[in-house]
Design a protein around this ligand. Sequence first.
Ligand code: G1P
Length: 298
Amino acid sequence: MTGPPRVTKAVIPAAGLGTRFLPATKASPKEMLPVVDQPAIQYVVEEAVRAGLDDVLMITGRNKRPLEDHFDRVVELEHQLEAKGDAAKLALVQEASELATIHYVRQGDPKGLGHAVLAAAQHVGQEPFAVLLGDDLIDARDPLLELMIEVQAREGGSVVALMEVPHEAISLYGCAAVEAVDGGAGGDVVRITGLVEKPPVDEAPSDLAVIGRYVLSPTVFDVLRTTPPGRGGEIQLTDAIETLIATEPVHGVVFRGRRYDTGDRLDYLKAVVQLAADREDLGPPLVAWLSEWLAARA
Ligand code: G1P
């Protein structure tokens, strides 16, 4: 007997224009902004691979060539490093091209996150699949996607990652109304009864924000085909999942680990400092310098 289809594919929308980071993103994609010494997008692909998903589809658009180049081989550079005997740098260069099988499809018109995900329909087919948004980085030490895939295998339907945020911040996110389920791992698994994209603070049904990780049933594609533009005039993934609730189970996994937001400038700077501070090679000297520098400013 064959069981329900397994999640094997990850979809990474990367067609956004990155206007919050202009002029840095005028000629190069925001996904290539370095977080310490690695482009943001590589953390996301690594996360998918850690969760067992090594078939990755990136939804791209114009100006996204550097993404394809980053995950491709650079034979001349590899030869040069080999000739120099620089094995450490060679490994770093090769790492990105050996991580996963990466496919690319262009979104065409950027009509919103839901529209971007719909561009994955043909590649994904009839299996549940994961969606990872590049602006949210999840710390490699705090598993989330693995847990979501387990919940999807057990409950079917779709699973959305949620995180409690300060009440005033909820209007920056998709927001979930939830109810408890029996046996949810320490209360971290909930049933989602409603979803609303970026509600005004006083209309938000909870402080549980949708963070950028989803494991979705392929029926979401049928729904997306008829989902009208929502908040901001864009076709919203949140609205399509809200529609799914009527016909399929939709669960939330409440994440309590470390998440870094690289989608806005201040949060991006915080992410770089936090991740560098945790690194063995850079952390100790960086933290020592930061403390001295802050003391000198006080
Ligand atoms: C998107 C989603 C939103 C979600 C957020 C997480 O919004 O539409 O529901 O909460 O990602 O980062 P964006 O930040 O792209 O505007």
